[in-house]
Design a binder for this molecule. Structure first.
Ligand SMILES: Cc1ncc(COP(=O)(O)O)c(C=O)c1O
Length: 387
């Protein structure tokens, strides 16, 4: 499968143009002022996505996963909206506490938090932690039982972009013993968390997980252990290559299942991508061109070592918009570094481009600039807040 697409059909183009945080005219203005490449960040987009998720999942406490994009403007905007935050290290905790967020409103979801990180987070006032194994439970509880715990469960999912149950999470079979061991420490054991996989294309895995968790809670209740919290993780998708149903539509079966199986319980979610994914558009320019073996090659000022790093780490397929129309031909889009691996797309249908032309890549807000490097001395795209 190709790694980027360039929508040719007018309706598809119009759809992705609407997703972009900037028009081509605005992109030209920004390029003139700040240079290229740029990431045009829209705070109002992040705000709108947060608000639509809270409407789609009422009574679910939202912990924004800051790993997806910790840009200060996004963090400040979400704090203003009343969001809570999810972190996985002491470094991330410090990042978000700078904005006056209280440690008690921050969930730490790292099941292998180092002793150093745990001690620092704890000293800073953080209390909510996650474990998925007995050693970590011992690390978290050997010096204290003034701590709130969730057990991370694993629910593998092929129908997503990144399976987050491969590396972390206890199986549902291991869960009763781990929870009983946690309760025995005297810590406040609240329930479980899971992540169905990032950019989940269906809700099936959420529903399957919720049914399994209900059975687990019932089994433990018979043994006198009452749990009160379910954390449904992230995974809510954004449209990269084709339109998706609205979040209201996507979340409805989850909302119904939560209402049916967990009335009155504390429900949390840890969305990242859904909140920041559409909040940034990449503005990149053609820096050079050539015909190689009969195929047009265009060399961009941004590549897989930079904003397109999501192609590698996030397995992401982006849609690229060009200004030109005309006849489309199979082309190659390459990044600026010396590495032949730095190819944005080998097989993309593009109109003829000239040096200096701008390309827009909407939906580059999540897992993009966070993994960008300065390899080969190429700067990362500047992030410019446009609204
Ligand atoms: C523990 C945890 N929570 C939340 C998230 C955010 O997931 P998403 O961006 O799919 O919403 C991630 C992503 O890696 C994660 O690892």
């Amino acid at each position: 499968m190709d790694t980027t697409i360039s929508p040719e059909a007018p309706r598809a183009r119009a759809y992705f143009e609407k997703l972009s945080t900037v028009s081509f005219a605005e992109a030209h203005r920004l390029k003139k002022k700040y240079g290229s490449p740029l990431l045009a960040l829209s705070r109002s987009r992040a705000r709108a996505s947060y608000q639509s998720l809270t409407r789609a999942l009422p009574n679910v406490r939202i912990f924004y996963a800051i790993k997806s994009n910790p840009h200060p403007d996004i963090l400040k905007t979400l704090k203003e909206e009343g969001a809570s935050f999810e972190v996985a290290s002491y470094g991330e905790l410090k990042q978000i506490m700078q904005f006056g967020v209280l440690a008690r409103d921050i969930l730490n979801t790292q099941p292998f938090l180092s002793e150093y990180d745990f001690t620092q987070c704890y000293k800073a006032g953080q209390r909510w932690f996650i474990f998925d194994n007995a050693d970590q439970l011992t690390r978290l509880t050997c010096g204290t039982n003034d701590i709130d715990l969730l057990l991370r469960l694993s629910f593998p999912n092929r129908n997503c972009q990144v399976d987050l149950s491969y590396k972390f999470g206890a199986t549902i079979k291991e869960a009763p013993e781990l929870i009983k061991s946690a309760v025995a420490t005297g810590a406040r054991v609240h329930g479980v968390s899971f992540h169905v996989g990032s950019q989940s294309y269906t809700t099936k895995n959420y529903l399957k997980a919720l049914v399994a968790v209900r059975r687990l809670f019932d089994q433990l209740q018979h043994e006198g252990i009452l749990l009160d919290t379910v954390d449904i993780g992230g995974g809510f998708p954004v449209p990269y290559t084709c339109p998706l149903p609205s979040i209201e539509h996507f979340a409805l079966p989850i909302r119904r299942k939560l209402y049916e199986l967990f009335p009155g319980m504390n429900i949390c979610a840890e969305p990242g991508r859904f909140i920041c994914g559409l909040a940034q558009t990449l503005i990149t320019s053609v820096n050079g061109k050539n015909i190689r073996r009969g195929v047009p090659w265009y060399y961009l000022d941004d590549g897989v070592y930079n904003s397109f790093s999501g192609k590698v780490y996030d397995h992401c397929v982006y849609s690229i918009l060009t200004e030109g129309t005309g006849t489309y031909a199979k082309s190659v889009l390459a990044g600026p570094t010396c590495d032949s691996f730095d190819i944005v797309s080998e097989d993309i249908m593009l109109p003829h481009l000239e040096i200096g032309d701008i390309l827009l890549v909407p939906a580059m807000g999540a897992y993009s600039n966070v993994s960008s490097t300065t390899y080969n001395g190429f700067s990362q795209a500047k992030i410019i807040a446009i609204d």
